[in-house]
Design a protein around this ligand. Sequence first.
Ligand code: JFZ
Length: 416
Amino acid sequence: MDAPMQVSPEGLAWFEAARFGMFIHWGLYALLGRGEWVMHNERIAPQEYAGLAERFSPTAFDADAWVKLAADAGQRYIVITSRHHDGFSMYDTALSNYKITNTAFGRDPIAELAAACTRHGVKLGFYVSLLDWRHPAYRFRRESGQHWADYLTFLHGQVRELCTKYGEIACIWFDGDWPHHTFTADDAYFVPGGPFRYKALYSMIHTLQPNAVVLNNRHATPLPGEDIQGFEQDLPGQNTAGFNVTGPQVGKPLEVCMTINDHWGYHRADTNLKSARQLVHTLARAASDGANLLLNVGPSPDGKIVPEQAARLRKVGAWLARNGTAIYGTRAGSFIPTTDAVTTRRDNTHYVLVLNDAQTVTLQGAPPAGLNAQLLTDGIPVTITRNGNAITLTLPTAGRDSLATVVVLNTEETGR
Ligand code: JFZ
């Protein structure tokens, strides 16, 4: 039999129903507190940067606390950086000495997270950087005499470890191969020494972890073997960040990844946090587009999820505890999204997520017959007025949610 080139139907169904995940960018860079690109941005030489490993001592790290926070936030999966562009492995790899278990800390946080995830019913997946700013076979082939094939052995070997050491995983999330990026003299060392051999890489993942999805943050049309199309810092079809030059592929499962502030890795001075209301609206918009939201936290060097980020996640979780029916396991909405409201759908039930505080909301593209509407949380009836293809909902003043109010619309017609 040919090696599988896609996730199992069960694995894909689980991933699509999950809708909300926690992204974690955590590595040596947290010590400097200027984001995960600090090594490149400040042109820190690999030797000097490696000195951070001697100072890394995240004694406050508590896997249960992290996973419990994700569960409280309503996040069904976690994706953590196993190795970012700086090349430091955050788990006990047998393929490099440049790893967390060789620091004074000595522990494998990914093994601890895997165990905690099992306890709390959250799935764990891994971010893997294709790009490596220090590996001799990636960046220093001339100096080291190593070959691109040596890097591929390392990369594929690490992915094999991640697929075999930590139980069943949610995903492998690749990053660092950006075909649309124009390299200059400043970032010439980002250029890979050859192809990544994706076909072999993806079929290995799909063989070892049949229920795990593969995503590659290439900002390009997904390749065979990539189960999910990803969008960075933007909803599908938007491109405010300049990364998302490729629109959503019809029928492809989608995931949006986003920061809570303006950095992925811990940034001491970045206090530009999105509010809980903004985060709920982004989650609602993603769901209405048929996409998951992978929302990032950047833990501090001592091993804690920053309290301001945690506080916002808990508020989103409290909203989901009341309104999660409108998010989990839904499909993209059938009404046209507006600034005031977006919709999701489950069979003949439509969920209208009202994103402003106005008393009425108008939706275009109303289904023909048998409509009734009420608030999700307490069943208070909502008045429906029809006008051609539009319907206007008049909401009661009681029962409004300050983050987003959900109206349930039931129709009799069969799916379209
Ligand atoms: C990438 C990473 O570089 C970043 O550190 C973070 O992990 C994020 C989730 O993914 O972000 C990118 C991807 C592509 C470009 C820039 C940042 N690019 O093409 O310039």
